[in-house]
Design a protein around this ligand. Structure first.
Ligand code: TYM
Length: 325
């Protein structure tokens, strides 16, 4: 039986938060340790350029993301971990896909609509063609599956549309990849629980936040004026407790919630303790990895070399099929 191929990526726009972890990185780690799967995971630096950024911070965040993957248990010996821009074939294929993707498909993307509202003074062309580059990131490895959180499903669908268009026009080249999601989930912002957690300010708990910082952010997390109203904030905290809490604390707070006796300050304190404990080993490992930049560079270099072999084969086939010399 042929091995499955799965791809995935995370933008190094800031530090990785617990939404990135539960929605994506946790699955990446499991896949990277599965020897029945060939996998390619990248740090998506080119996509980070579509929203405002500082060059110095970007540099730090890229290495930080690499240390985060590895400290979380990613296995670089059985998978390929690399930086997107180190494989120029991604951007090359994206240009070709740009020329077959209808503008209307891009304008209707939910993320484009949201981000153009958020960054109204910087609606650049990269923001619009973001999903085209993402389709290139995916299809260049001809995978069966794409490991993403629920919010990226629409982009994976678009990669199937692009694959189909290319195949119809130039002959069968790309498989249509499926989303590889074990459990669809969306972690909500702590400060506005009607929105997904994203990488800014106090709305996110970063994976490497120190215990005091976790407690501070959770203390401020928006809930409801009265416990038991099952507000989005309360649901989000209970959801996090289900993932990070001990069996005993899950039982205790679920009972309290059901009997109308939930106390937010107690829930927040316990959750802060549980999340701090869950990531304690991760925090130490990450610090250690960040002190070894040569090791990080070696892992990323090895990953890029192997990925580039596959990417090069695909781009050569594509160029030949579309009539480039
Ligand atoms: P990014 O960095 O925004 O998100 C990385 C991954 O984390 C998931 N995620 C969440 N899951 C649950 N709750 C949240 N609050 C939450 N926030 C983020 C996302 O679903 C994602 O899987 N466009 C991609 C990056 C990308 C990519 C690719 C992914 C570029 N090229 C090719 C797969 C394949 C993104 O959303 O990055």
């Amino acid at each position: 039986m042929n091995k499955q191929t799965v791809v995935g990526g995370i933008r190094p726009t800031n530090k990785l938060h617990i939404g990135n972890y539960l929605g994506a990185l946790k699955q990446f780690v499991a896949i990277s340790n599965d020897n029945q799967i060939t996998s390619y995971f990248f740090i998506v630096d080119l996509h980070s350029l579509t929203t405002p950024f500082e060059p110095k911070e970007l540099k730090t965040n890229i290495l930080d993301a690499a240390a985060t993957y590895l400290a979380a248990g990613f296995n670089p010996k059985n998978s390929n971990l690399f930086i997107q821009s180190h494989i120029p074939e991604h951007a090359e294929l994206a240009w070709i896909f740009n020329c077959i993707t209808p503008l209307g498909e891009l304008e209707r993307m939910t993320q484009f609509k949201e981000k153009s509202q958020q960054h109204a003074t910087n609606i650049n062309a990269g923001l619009l063609s973001y999903p085209v580059l993402m389709a290139a990131d995916i299809l260049i490895y001809k995978p069966n599956g794409v490991s993403v959180g629920e919010d990226q499903v629409q982009h994976v669908e678009l990669s199937r549309v692009i694959a189909r268009k290319f195949n119809n026009k130039f002959g069968n080249t790309f498989p249509e990849p499926q989303t590889y999601i074990r459990k669809p989930l969306r972690i909500m912002s702590l400060t506005d629980p009607t929105k997904k957690m994203s990488k800014t300010g106090d709305e996110a708990l970063n994976m490497d936040d120190e215990p005091k910082e976790i407690a501070r952010k959770l203390k401020k997390a928006v809930t409801a004026s009265e416990p038991g109203k099952k507000s989005p904030g309360e649901e989000n905290l209970m959801f996090l407790l289900n993932h990070f809490g001990s069996e005993e604390s899950v039982r205790h707070f679920t009972e309290a919630q059901n009997s109308g006796k939930l106390k937010y300050f107690e829930l927040k304190e316990t959750l802060a303790q549980n999340i701090s404990d869950y990531f304690a080993e991760f925090r130490e490992k990450k610090k250690e990895l960040l002190s070894k930049p040569d090791y990080l560079a070696q892992v990323l270099g090895d990953g890029a070399r192997k990925a580039r072999e596959t990417a090069h084969k695909t781009i050569t086939e594509v160029k030949q099929k579309i009539g480039l010399l």
